[in-house]
Design a protein around this ligand. Sequence first.
Ligand SMILES: [Fe+2]
Ligand SMILES: [Fe+2]
Length: 270
Amino acid sequence: MSWTLDEIPWDRFDRSRLDPEIVKLVKAASLVEYNGAAYAHHLCRIFDDDRDFQEGARRWGAEEIQHGNALARWAKLADPEFDFEAAFDRFQAGYRVDFDCATSRRGSRSGEMIARCMVEVGTSSYYAALRDAVQEPVLKEICRNIAADEIRHYKLFYNNLTLCLERERIGLWRRLRVAVGRIAESQDDELAYAYYAANEATRAYVRRRCSRAYAARAYRLCREHHVAHGVTLIFKAVGLDAHSRLARTASRLAWRFIRFRGTQLTKVNT
Ligand SMILES: [Fe+2]
Ligand SMILES: [Fe+2]
C-alpha cells in the first residue's frame, strides 16, 4: 500500500469549498471501488496457476477497497447523512456479476488483461480530472493518491498482458474488439447503478436516467490532456503506436466527443 487513510489530512476539510455535484460522484465512486475485492477473487480464479500475478491481484484488490474507504469517509464528512453501508448493500443487491467464475468473459487471459487495462485507463484519467477540478483540499489529496495508484494498476495489468501475449498471441483486431467492448460497457449498469444506489434510492431505478446523470457530471470534469493521456494508454494496451498520427487523431476525436456529450447531457440533466 503506497499510502494509508491516516496520512490523509482529514482536519483540513473545508466545507465552504464543497460542490454538491462532485459529492454525488464521490458517493457513487466509493461503492464501485469498494467492490474491488470481488473482482480480485475473479482474477485469482482466472490465473489459478500464477502465484505471482495472484499476489499482485490481491494487492490491487486491497488498494481498490482502500480507495472506496477513503472516498466513503470523505463523502460522510461532506454529507453526514450519507449511509455508506446501506448504499453499498443496495449496490450489491442490484448489480450482480458472477465473480466466482474461473474463465474470463473476454475469451482469453490476454483479453481479460486488456479489459482491466481499459478500466484502469478510465479510473486514472477520471481521478486525475477530479484531482484537478476539485477545490476541497482533502478530496484533492485523496484523488491525487488514487490517481497515482490507478496508473500503477494499469502497469500491473499491462505487464501481465505482455506475459500472456507471449503464449496466446491474439491479433490486433481481437485486442481492439475487447478494448472497445470494455469501453462501451462503461455505459452499462455498474456506474449507473452505483450512482443510483448512492444518490437516488428513494426513486425507481431507470438505467438511462442514472447513466446520463453520472456521465453528465463526470464528462464535465475532463480536460483535453486527461483524454490525450488516456488515449495514449489505450493505444499501448492494444499494441498500436501511441505516438502516431492515428493516436493524435483518435485523441482529438475522443476529446471532441466528450466535450460535446458533456454539454448535451448537462442540458438534459439540469
Ligand atoms: Fe481505484
Ligand atoms: Fe485501479
